[in-house]
Ligand binder design. Structure first.
Ligand SMILES: NC(=O)c1ccc[n+]([C@@H]2O[C@H](COP(=O)([O-])OP(=O)(O)OC[C@H]3O[C@@H](n4cnc5c(N)ncnc54)[C@H](OP(=O)(O)O)[C@@H]3O)[C@@H](O)[C@H]2O)c1
Length: 301
């Protein structure tokens, strides 16, 4: 089968198309004919070798943690999924490939296309995990740093659906986008504390840092301490006494199924930019810039 692979760590030039064996599902796994693969900032950090201490990656490696596609083979003991089912979920093997294995998948509703479906697993789980950790509730004000990307697009909507007010940061080009999602948008960078105080004179109840670009000190100032601040991207969290939330191993197919239904009915929207498989390196270059609107996806149709 055709897959994107890297044989050494480095820039996007290490990504190339390879012809590799179709994987065989083990117990509890399904094999999926991939129609779309989600791209995450993590993919580039793994490819570069920057995260070797945290996520040791045996080489050669196929990137990609999430997939949408059609089940084409079942491993031993799989009962709740059939061959031919349209699914979306987390891949056990790299998803930038024609076929990938998965243990946790949810049904893909007919009204949701592959590209928009694959925008949901990682971003939805992350957004919900952190909003739960922060205990975001009705009537509260949440500040989100860097909310125009894959995770932020869902985090803004899930927080407003809880009845919270969201103040969210992005660059100039994404201000209107954040407003369209339901947030009060403001610019990141110098003067942030003053801008947020002007928008929320009563203070912010919680802070969700999705960017990891040095906004934790301002967050502590705005909160008057380190309580109810969570980052998913700033590794200085520990030294500053702030909570870092890591990717969960206990992801829920039921929660993903519910989110997919909401996306199919338009209750939740996702924004995607799609690249064909052989342009995966271009897609990762865009991701590596750190300036992404919505979700980048790889298509295999
Ligand atoms: N720990 C976890 O569980 C977990 C899970 C998923 C993702 N992550 C990490 O979380 C981060 C966000 O993920 P993502 O998928 O949403 O990323 P993404 O889609 O690549 O989006 C990144 C966003 O950051 C914004 N940004 C860039 N520079 C910024 C700055 N100086 N201040 C504030 N925002 C800035 C960009 O907005 P503009 O284009 O407007 O600049 C862009 O929308 C990544 O680092 C990713 O690796 C962690």
């Amino acid at each position: 089968m055709k897959a994107i692979q890297f044989d050494r760590f480095g820039g996007t030039e290490v990504l190339h198309v390879a012809d590799i064996d179709v994987p065989r599902p083990g117990p509890g796994q399904v094999r999926v004919r991939v129609k779309a693969a989600g791209l995450n900032a993590l993919d580039g950090k793994i490819r570069s070798g920057a995260l070797e201490a945290l996520f040791p990656t045996p080489l050669p490696s196929v990137p990609g943690h999430e997939l949408a596609g059609v089940v084409d083979a079942l491993g031993e003991g799989v009962r709740d999924v059939q061959v031919g089912d349209d699914v979306v979920g987390w891949s056990d093997t790299g998803s930038y490939a024609e076929y990938a294995l998965a243990t946790t998948v949810a049904p893909k509703p007919a009204g949701l296309d592959w590209q928009h479906a694959v925008a949901l697993p990682v971003a939805g789980e992350t957004a919900e995990r952190v909003l739960n950790l922060l205990g975001v509730a009705t009537g509260e004000t949440v500040l989100m740093h860097g909310a125009a990307g894959g995770v932020g697009t869902l985090a803004v909507q899930l927080a407003t659906a809880r009845g919270a007010r969201v103040i969210a940061t992005a660059g100039l080009a994404n201000q209107e986008y954040l407003a369209s999602l339901g947030a009060t948008a403001t610019l990141y960078g110098e003067g942030l504390v003053e801008r947020v105080r002007a928008l929320a004179p009563g203070g912010v109840d919680a802070v969700f840092d999705l960017a990891g670009k040095g906004a934790l000190e301002d967050s502590i100032t705005l909160r008057g301490g380190t309580e109810r601040i969570v980052t998913i991207a700033d590794f200085r969290a520990r030294e500053l006494g702030v909570t870092f939330s890591s990717g969960s191993k206990r992801v829920s197919a039921d929660r993903l199924a519910a989110l997919a239904e909401d996306a199919a009915t338009g209750k939740v929207v996702t924004t995607v930019t799609a690249y064909p498989l052989d342009q995966a390196a271009t897609a990762q270059q865009v991701s590596d810039t750190g300036h992404v609107r919505g979700k980048l996806v790889i298509t295999l149709d």
